[in-house]
Design a protein around this ligand. Structure first.
Ligand code: AMP
Length: 452
């Protein structure tokens, strides 16, 4: 079945479907007026108990699609008390996605009274285990934590009635497939439960998993033309590595209002971008895979509530990030994996909003461009790189030099790193200003001549 962003399915109202009235209350509380395409397409079958394998990108409303169907069916066939098996198991690749699904589940379940528990690594190991042991209706977790508690016999999956595998392709990319299979092998038989799988791509390996562990799932997929969300305006600049930082500043100054998600390929560059943008008056935080969970949640909450306008992330760190209101995605580094391009730009234009995705193609990463364009089945429009767009004079914070005029005692008693801001030096002649600064990529001192 084909899901199209502008077809008739988009005007399906929730009230027209066989949804339990308590869930309708939850939908009202969430403020959803009508079904998104993926909901309009999958809900009729899912509400009938059919297994579903859907190709649906992040931002399309897929979470609500499976939650609404499951909650309605749970309410229609209530179970007395809570046994050792949760009625629902939802497996997601990242803790952020688990947190997001949990929040949406608590909203959409309305006044049903379901006990919903998220479990993920990083925090509250004992607390989460005790909560499972007491019995839950809906268990949402990352594979690692779920396996840990299952091995400890904190719960069982033998009588679980509903299974959701979210972002299945991510699960493969992150190396979780054997963990996933471990859980599936210990579950109720495939024909005794309803299973739903969602994935940005229904690749061969994802479909194989469906056939192994699902009961003849109905397949829903996007047409290749709508592989990237239609509302996203895409743009690409061919730029030298040495000019990327200047271009980034130029792009931010061109449209200073907005919520920016900037992607790069390594955590080293993520750290550099954080320092660089803050030094140039763009408040920014970076999240990388090794950031402590509490700090990560704080940064994300500041970005979500709008107090932090720019977030820098690597692909690993951004997995499962669900943030509404991102107006721009910038690929500071072009991703090396075509699917990552779709995932990255899908972080903007969520839930029908418009968004812009700008990619910087430098000599180090441009080689993946043709694969990306083959994958999305169109060329990304190339933007005109004007002199005005590349900022040539900018600040960069440097470490405190080893030789310092500050007395030894004071030098080591306060901060480790210098707080001098820019170490840019200027020497003037009649017609030009020569600015000496380090280029962020190379760390080498260079001279630039800025015409007056
Ligand atoms: P998802 O694809 O599940 O990550 O959903 C993206 C966003 O869309 C979430 O913030 C949902 O709350 C929102 N959403 C889901 N369904 C609808 C709907 N029918 N109408 C408006 N927003 C929705």
């Amino acid at each position: 079945m084909i899901v199209c962003a502008s077809c008739i399915v988009c005007i399906v109202k929730f009230e027209e479907l066989d949804i339990h009235e308590k869930v309708l209350e939850g939908i009202k509380a969430a403020g959803f007026k009508k079904c998104s395409p993926v909901q309009a397409e999958t809900l009729p079958s899912a509400l009938n108990g059919k297994d579903i394998a859907a190709q649906a990108q992040t931002g399309t409303g897929k979470t609500a699609a499976f939650l609404i169907a499951i909650f309605s069916r749970m309410l229609n066939t209530p179970r007395a008390g809570r046994g050792r098996s949760p009625r629902v198991l939802i497996i997601a690749p990242t803790r952020e996605l688990v947190i997001q699904i949990d929040a949406e589940a608590k909203l959409l379940s309305g006044p049903s009274g379901f006990k919903i528990l998220p479990v993920y690594g990083g925090i509250d190991y004992i607390k989460q285990r005790d909560a499972i042991t007491q019995g839950v209706d809906v268990l949402i977790g990352t594979p690692g934590r779920l396996i840990d508690y299952l091995k400890q016999k904190a719960y069982s999956l033998k009588n679980t009635e509903f299974l959701v595998i979210d972002e299945a392709d991510r699960m493969f990319n992150m190396g979780f497939i054997s963990d996933l299979r471990f859980l599936l092998r210990r579950m109720s038989p495939y024909d005794k439960r309803q299973s739903m799988l969602f994935s940005a791509t229904l690749s061969h390996r994802v479909l194989e998993l469906c056939y192994e562990h699902m009961n003849m799932p109905e397949r829903f997929s996007l047409t290749p033309e709508t592989m990237t969300v239609e509302q996203i305006e895409q743009e690409l600049y061919h730029v030298g590595m040495s000019e990327k930082y200047g271009l980034l500043l130029g792009l931010l100054r061109r449209e200073p209002e907005g919520r920016y998600l900037i992607f790069c390929n390594t955590k080293v560059v993520a750290g550099r971008l954080e320092v660089f943008l803050n030094a140039n008056d763009f408040p920014t935080a970076a999240i990388t895979g090794d950031l402590h969970q509490n700090k990560r949640l704080k940064v994300l909450s500041r970005f979500k509530d709008g107090t932090l306008p720019i977030l820098v992330a690597t692909d690993v760190a951004s997995r499962g990030l669900h943030i509404d209101g991102v107006t721009h995605v910038i690929n500071f580094d072009l991703p090396q994996d075509s699917e990552d391009y779709v995932h990255r730009i899908g972080r903007t234009a969520r839930a029908g909003a418009e968004g812009k995705a700008i990619s910087l193609a430098c000599e180090d990463f441009v080689h993946s461009l043709s694969d990306i364009e083959d994958y999305i089945k169109h060329k990304i429009p190339v933007g005109l790189l004007t002199e005005e767009l590349i900022v040539t004079v900018y600040r960069r914070k440097f470490r405190q030099p080893k030789t310092s005029t500050v007395p030894e005692k004071r030098r080591y008693s306060t901060k480790k790193h210098g707080s001098s801001g820019s170490r840019m030096t200027e020497s003037k002649n009649k017609n030009s200003t020569v600015k000496k600064h380090r280029r962020p990529e190379s760390g080498k001192r260079t001279n630039r001549i800025v015409k007056k």
